[in-house]
Design a binder for this molecule. Sequence first.
Ligand code: SF4
Ligand code: SF4
Length: 101
Amino acid sequence: MSKYDFNKLLGTWKEMPFAGILPAGTAVEYKTGTWRTFKPIVDKNKCTNCLLCWVYCPDGSIIVENGEMKGFNYEYCKGCGICANECPVKAIKMVPEHGGE
Ligand code: SF4
Ligand code: SF4
């Protein structure tokens, strides 16, 4: 048995205080593009516009117009590389942000 009775300490979920909840839409203020050390580039000759990169991008940074993948919003893309990893035809490559090795 635990040293602490967590049920007594915490009560039920209904009694727990709200914490760390932000209003919707605040992420737009955080331009996560400054975090990046690698950035994605796309080879549109390979791209089939399947839009899987758009589905997987955690930052909504894939630009899509009229059902076509148009590139990246570099103000918010944080360079995680998920889009490059998920692209089924390997049309996205991650390159050093400032041209380093
Ligand atoms: S996942 Fe690859 S092929 Fe599909 S839209 Fe994105 S870049 Fe193009
Ligand atoms: S590198 Fe990450 S954040 Fe940037 S477009 Fe790809 S999936 Fe989105």
